[in-house]
Design a protein around this ligand. Structure first.
Ligand code: ADP
Ligand code: MG
Ligand code: ZN
Length: 573
């Protein structure tokens, strides 16, 4: 039987082998597809890979679609669901995500959308079960369930089988499909059970959706879900064209940082939704209460809070009773608010992947949003103490620091290059580095570099440990006119170049980071040794925030990539 199915699949595949998946006219459903997208969803133009994914899944071929947050993955099952006989089963990790989808579908007048979760009333469950088998009691087009339903409810599975036997199970959609793989950050044990689906229903096409999946994770997903060998994979550009990235110098005093944030929020984001990410629970509580004392509607959120407290904060934010969530990375998956206009990082993220995901919670609606990272180089060593347990923790952190230190390359390009995203990555013209490209000066910092190496040598000889902060203080004593940001940047740059090395010490209460000479320290004695640090000219006074977004650059944005359409572009400056 299994073999038979494979032959059928293979036949389907070879018949469509040289298909133009992007065609909007070659398929029997093409006309109707265009009509529904226009009339029901108000869509004028499809975005990258939407049409391809829909044509593949309507051709009953398995498909994995990897597109960034906000790109419009849901549409790729919503339209096919309305075009197919029977219903589309959608597996989604969170009840809140399902509810959002159901509300937005109902608003569009789509009928036959249901959901089953652990909280569903038994009587309603029964009604849904009936609709799975026939249209007599009301139609069913899209059925949302949590993965537990597949793994833990025999009754549900048996109903699914009955539905399939009368040809009513049109396709299976697995949202956030990367949760299947243990190699990713978001692994969910319940997702592993989903492998049963293709084994039980080999001829039902499966569509997996995700915003993050490396090549290796994609292969892992294929194996775990038993996807057919001819599964199509579409990987879109990671670039979020509506996000304006900026790295800001974080003042060395906490009060100055808070004041800077307060004026930023009051000037540009008054009454708008935003997130501020902090690296510890304590930091998030402090920042939240400082912002509140300055009149900002903020609340904190972290893993130490009761579940009920957390969801109440989340709800207040969704309902715009709270504007700003100040959270740790515990404020993560399932954050699906479309109109988040800013994501501020009070402290750097521990990797570029993390930064991409965290900042990516801004602008899900496709409208412009800002991602502002407050960078203080010395924060690096605070994070080092937090990531040392992770195997590639330091390597990832150093890449993040390189991102912050680089002020000569477009932010968007730096992120795209990190993900080896060849699809996009021209200059964005609106990030902080693009806006200030003529303001960069490269200064020779050989003298401090050598001073630091000498200081460290003396300390080592005298059996003394030096913290980064102690080194900063030493330099300040000897070079009175040096900007503290420059000093810190020199130290971090030296660490990234291997001239310095972090040396962690563990006490029962804390982890302390000391600096010692690195593997490359001796290269500083070579004749051609150069140590140059880039800064913005008049860094503290004149530096421009990313460009004002006027109509003209909105147009440019549109030309660059169709993800932003005209109605979506607003001026937020
Ligand atoms: P994802 O799941 O990829 O993060 P969603 O499916 O939630 O993104 O879609 C994000 C937003 O983009 C939604 O508001 C949706 O209506 C809108 N959208 C999707 N496709 C298009 C399109 N082709 N044109 C205009 N808007 C679209
Ligand atoms: Mg989605
Ligand atoms: Zn740029």
């Amino acid at each position: 039987d299994q073999l038979q199915q494979e032959i059928v699949q293979q036949a389907k595949w070879s018949g469509t082998n040289c298909t133009d998946w992007s065609s909007d006219s070659n398929f029997t459903w093409s006309n109707q597809l265009l009509q529904i997208s226009r009339d029901t969803f108000g869509i004028e133009n499809f975005r990258q890979y939407q049409l391809e994914a829909m044509n593949v899944t309507l051709s009953e071929i398995d498909c994995i679609l990897i597109l960034p947050t906000g790109a419009g993955k849901s549409l790729c099952y919503q339209i096919p669901a309305l075009l197919s006989q029977g219903f589309t089963l959608v597996i989604s990790p969170l009840v809140s995500l399902m509810q959002d989808q159901i509300i937005s579908l109902k608003l569009k007048g789509v009928e036959g959308v249901e959901m089953l979760s652990a909280e569903t009333e038994p009587s309603h469950t029964k009604a849904v079960y009936q609709r799975m088998l026939s249209d007599n009691e009301g139609i069913l087009k899209i059925l949302f369930v949590t993965p537990e339903k597949i793994g833990k409810s025999k009754r549900f599975l048996s109903n699914l089988e009955k539905a399939n036997n009368c040809n009513r199970l049109a396709r299976i959609v697995v949202d956030e499909v990367h949760c299947t793989s243990q190699w990713g950050n978001d692994f969910r044990p319940d997702y592993k059970a989903l492998g049963v689906l293709k084994r039980q229903f080999p001829s039902v096409p499966l569509l997996g959706l995700t915003a993050t999946a490396s090549e290796a994770i994609t292969q892992d997903i294929k194996t775990i879900l038993s996807l057919s060998t001819c599964c199509m994979i579409f990987r879109g550009s990671m670039t979020r064209v509506n996000l304006i990235y900026e790295v800001r110098q974080k003042p060395s005093s906490h009060t100055d940082t808070i004041n800077d944030m307060v004026s930023l929020i009051n000037d540009k984001f008054r009454n708008q939704s935003g997130i501020i990410y902090c690296c510890t629970r304590k930091e998030s509580e402090t920042v939240a209460s400082d912002l509140v004392s300055k009149g900002i509607h903020a609340a904190f959120y972290h893993a130490d809070m009761e579940m009920s407290e957390r969801s109440s904060v989340h709800r207040h934010w969704i309902e715009n009773k709270v504007n700003v969530i100040v959270g740790t990375i515990a404020f993560g998956m399932g954050i699906d608010k479309p109109d988040v206009r800013f994501v501020i990082h009070h402290t750097i993220s521990k990797s570029i992947e993390n930064y991409y995901q965290e900042s990516g919670r801004a602008g899900r609606d496709g409208q412009l949003a800002r991602c502002i990272l407050y960078y203080r180089p010395l924060d690096a060593f605070k994070l080092s103490c937090m990531v040392f347990m992770e195997q590639t923790g330091q390597k990832n952190l150093y890449k993040m620091l390189q991102y912050c230190n680089n002020i000569k390359t477009c932010r968007r390009k730096l992120i795209a290059d990190h993900f080896v995203d060849n699809i996009a990555s021209c200059n964005c013209s609106i990030c902080d580095t693009c806006s200030n490209s003529s303001n960069v000066i490269s200064s020779d910092q050989n003298e401090i570099c050598h001073f630091i190496l000498r200081t460290i040598q003396q300390a080592t000889d005298g059996d003394v440990n030096l913290t980064p902060l102690k080194i900063v203080k030493n330099i300040q004593k000897h070079f009175s006119n040096l900007d503290i940001f420059m000093i810190e940047k020199v130290i971090v740059t030296m660490t990234l170049r291997g001239l310095l090395k972090e040396n962690l010490h563990f006490t029962p209460y804390s982890t302390i980071c000391y600096l010692i000479a690195g593997m490359k320290a001796s290269t500083s004695k070579q004749e051609n040794f150069k140590f140059v640090v880039d800064t913005f000219e008049n860094a503290s006074m004149k530096r421009q925030a990313p460009k004002e977004i006027a109509r003209s650059s909105s147009k440019k944005l549109k030309r660059q990539n169709a993800v932003v359409d005209d109605r979506d572009v607003v001026t937020i400056d």
